[in-house]
Design a protein around this ligand. Structure first.
Ligand SMILES: [Zn+2]
Length: 441
């Protein structure tokens, strides 16, 4: 992806930071500094964002490793403010494989969340909580009221108390404390332990740091839980949407399955947009945009592929084209471009195909070295080709990826035709029209 920096490599896959992600880090740091927070608190905020994205990288690696099992490589993993993107070389065509690849990412988070959950269950900090809890619970009713806590803690406000009181009954139970064990309440419990006549200073300091590590694990659990829940929403092309498409494709035609999944995905994107706007969550708006455009692009791509299925290259290629020789001047190519016949040219040397002259290179070389430059100096010598008997839907991907939007069609080393994006587009329109006629007739 453009504007990305490589920060490392895992399992042979490059990990990149996108510029917008770096801007997010700077913005968060600036916001915290602006609020007059200390450098260490800013560092904490940045560390928690980086930790979050570490988890996202593991999620993406889950997709990448599952795809590798089916022989599909991953070009890179890029971190954007809305999450991570693993660029697989392609999505598997087999719905069962797509199902596995789509679920592999969230599965990583399920494993991490389970791990955190198990840690929490056995964490010694729990007993420290219990100890502090018991000491604070003056009337012994197994719940802490605001009065009980604020008697021990300075600066505890009813608002921060309320934030921890999940069911808003005016009391904090052990569970509520454990699940949200963080700042103001934690300070209160810390103060209680510090006063604890049995514990003393060293025990309370240890208790406090273990409480902090406890709350980190709680955060770790929450992040993974949210990632699973959010990614499994059927917002194609997000993971849940891909799962939906795969399930549909096991019963329906691939293009139809994609169309349904994309429509559901765009519905979800619309919802994200509405929620993002009404709660002013810019990240959600970005995700809405990303899902909307992604769904449209995937649906179009699936329709194209299905329109191309069952057709061979020889039936769609252009057989009337102009080929240049390596010794021709670029002015020859200009004449043909201006006449509107062709944009890109195959280049021959003694009847053999040796290169492709693209319109982009043509313009570049005319500007730099004039129109008398020889075609052989401006052409691309490395290029993709197609064979006449190949199927169009498998060639389509190669055509899209190639720098020149032209694939020379070669048989036994001889140039026999050209396949271009434009002529494929026309071919598809004609086929659609003919099908319509057949349906009516
Ligand atoms: Zn994912």
């Amino acid at each position: 992806m453009r504007w990305s920096w490589r920060i490392g490599q895992i399992a042979g896959i490059g990990i990149y930071l996108h510029l917008t992600f770096v801007i997010l880090l700077i913005a968060v740091a600036a916001q915290h500094l602006f609020l007059g927070q200390s450098v260490s608190m800013v560092a904490m905020a940045l560390a928690s964002i980086l930790g979050l994205f570490g988890i996202v990288v593991l999620h993406e690696l889950g997709h990448a490793m599952a795809a590798r099992r089916y022989g599909i490589g991953t070009q890179d993993i890029t971190l954007l403010p809305i999450g991570g993107v693993a660029r697989l070389e392609r999505m598997p065509d087999d719905p069962k494989q797509e199902f596995v690849v789509a679920l592999a990412g969230p599965a990583v988070n399920v494993v991490l969340a389970t791990f955190a959950f198990a840690l929490l269950a056995f964490l010694p900090a729990k007993s420290h909580y219990d100890q502090a809890f018991q000491l604070a619970d003056a009337n012994g009713d197994n719940a802490l009221s605001f009065e009980e806590l604020s008697a021990r803690a300075q600066g505890l406000t009813p608002e921060s108390f309320d934030q921890y009181d999940l069911n808003h009954d005016g009391f904090l139970t052990r569970d509520e404390l454990l699940w949200r064990g963080a700042n103001p309440i934690q300070r209160a419990l810390h103060a209680i332990l510090a006063e604890n006549p049995y514990g003393g200073a060293s025990a309370s300091a240890g208790g406090s740091s273990r409480m902090v590590s406890g709350s980190l694990i709680v955060d770790f659990f929450k992040v993974n839980f949210v990632l699973v829940a959010f990614n499994l929403l059927p917002a194609f092309p997000m993971d849940g949407g891909r799962v939906l498409r795969a399930l549909l494709a096991m019963r329906l035609d691939h293009a139809r399955a994609t169309q349904i999944a994309a429509t559901v995905g765009q519905g979800m994107a619309f919802l994200f947009g509405v929620v993002g706007l009404s709660y002013s969550q810019p990240v959600l708006l970005f995700i809405a945009l990303f899902v909307w455009m992604g769904a449209a692009a995937e649906s179009e791509m699936a329709q194209t592929k299905s329109a191309l299925r069952g057709v061979r290259v020889k039936d769609a290629m252009i057989t009337k084209y102009h080929a240049l020789s390596t010794l021709d001047p670029l002015s020859d190519a200009i004449t043909h471009v201006l006449a509107g016949f062709q944009q890109d040219f195959p280049v021959l040397e003694e009847g053999r195909l040796v290169g492709v002259l693209t319109r982009g290179d043509l313009l570049k070389f005319i500007a730099n070295s004039g129109q008398e430059t020889r075609v052989g100096d401006a052409m691309q010598r490395v290029f993709e080709t197609a064979a006449p008997m190949e199927m169009l839907d498998s060639v389509f991907h190669r055509l899209q990826e190639s720098d020149c939007r032209t694939l020379p069609v070669v048989q036994d080393g001889q140039l026999v035709g050209l396949l271009t994006m434009d002529n494929l587009g026309e071919f598809m329109m004609l086929r659609a029209a003919l099908r319509g006629e057949a349906a009516r007739g």
